[in-house]
Write a protein that binds this ligand. Structure first.
Ligand SMILES: C[S@@+](CC[C@H](N)C(=O)[O-])C[C@H]1O[C@@H](n2cnc3c(N)ncnc32)[C@H](O)[C@@H]1O
Length: 327
């Protein structure tokens, strides 16, 4: 009896995840969700428009409501913000493009695409940067709180592989003297420049365009370097080389903050294992490193005393590993 009780949550979770995914996919495929935009609709309007059975449509809507994708106001159904974001973005199919590659991946171990290929990453991340900023916005706020205390009055932040620059901008806006230099490919930096405008930080924001492995970085200039969601795209050798370049660009008492996927929060266990698998489906060298592996790479590049802080916000997989630059 006890064994059964322990198994039941996992059983229902798995059955529900599968059922929910089926309902979502059918609601997209049949046009049920799209029929709720731009205007809300009643159940009978929806059934007539989609040529669908009214009772079946209602049962689908009830599930979609518990998934927070639709809401009812009186007789009219509308899309939630979450559904609007999903339907208009690159996750409309919940990443099915990658998941459908699983059979081939299992057989040959090769990814579907190589998002970590420097020649291609600009195109991929131009579209991904804003989605990442949306997903990790609350986590970036929490990280900024923690780093704000850590760096005190330090002003110059270097954000490498910045994407939207959400991590450095969230930190910069907590003190009037902080400036951000964002490094990335030109098309991605357009997204970061737009975010700097939205954060009203354009006057304290600049860009360095190009490959962070090759660009000439100013020597001994920065108080803090941020590498967010970058180390998991690099080989260990490339990480060590990048850490060395960063070391030379930092002031003697400065820090490097690696913001990435780390274990430590059990609420994030499924997110993290799926993330690792997803990374292998879309990158050639991508890998979630353990704290110990990153510590070794940091030490080899001249950094000291790395300390990890887990970030307690969804998806409960992110953490900050802060290391000091040794003199
Ligand atoms: C996974 S995204 C992370 C973006 C951002 N730091 C965040 O966490 O939202 C990795 C970023 O690194 C950039 N990137 C990858 N390789 C790069 C390279 N060799 N030089 C400059 N930027 C690079 C990509 O364009 C992308 O914006």
């Amino acid at each position: 009896m006890n064994d059964q009780l322990q198994m039941l949550p996992a059983y229902f979770q798995l059955m529900n995840m599968n059922g929910a995914a089926h309902v979502y996919h059918e609601a997209v495929r049949s046009g049920l969700l799209d029929a709720l935009q731009p205007e809300p609709a009643t159940l009978s309007e929806l059934s007539v428009r989609g040529g669908s059975h009214e009772r079946a449509t209602r049962l689908m809507l009830d599930v979609l409501e518990t998934l927070q994708l639709v809401k009812a106001t009186g007789e009219r159904w509308s899309l939630t913000l979450l559904a609007q974001m999903l339907l208009s973005g690159s996750y409309r199919e919940l990443g099915d493009l990658y998941w459908s590659h699983l059979p081939a991946f299992l057989k040959y171990g090769q990814p579907l695409v190589k998002m970590d290929d420097a020649a291609k990453s600009e195109t991929y991340y131009q579209t991904q940067a804003a989605a990442l900023a949306w997903m990790l916005g609350p986590t970036a706020e929490l990280a900024a709180e923690s780093l704000h205390t850590e760096i005190g009055s330090a002003a110059e932040i270097l954000d490498l592989g910045a994407g939207s620059a959400i991590w450095s901008l969230s930190l910069a806006r907590r003190a009037d003297n902080r400036c951000v230099t964002a490094v990335d490919w030109p098309a991605v930096l357009e997204v970061a420049t737009d975010y700097a405008r939205q954060f009203e930080l354009s006057d304290r924001f600049q860009t360095l365009v190009g490959d962070f492995h090759k660009l000439e970085l100013p020597a001994s200039k920065y108080d803090l370097a941020i590498l967010a969601n970058v180390t998991h795209l690099q080989t260990p050798a490339a990480n060590i080389a990048l850490f060395r370049r960063i070391h030379a660009a930092l002031r003697p008492d400065a820090r490097l903050a690696i913001i990435d996927v780390f274990p430590g929060l059990s609420d994030g266990d499924l997110n993290r294992t799926l993330y690792s698998l997803g990374l292998a489906l879309r990158t050639e060298h991508g890998r979630v490193y353990s704290v110990e592996e990153l510590e070794r790479m940091l030490m080899e590049a001249g950094f000291e005393t790395p300390r990890l802080a887990n970030l307690h916000t969804p998806p409960y997989i992110m953490g900050i590993l802060v290391a000091s630059r040794s003199a």
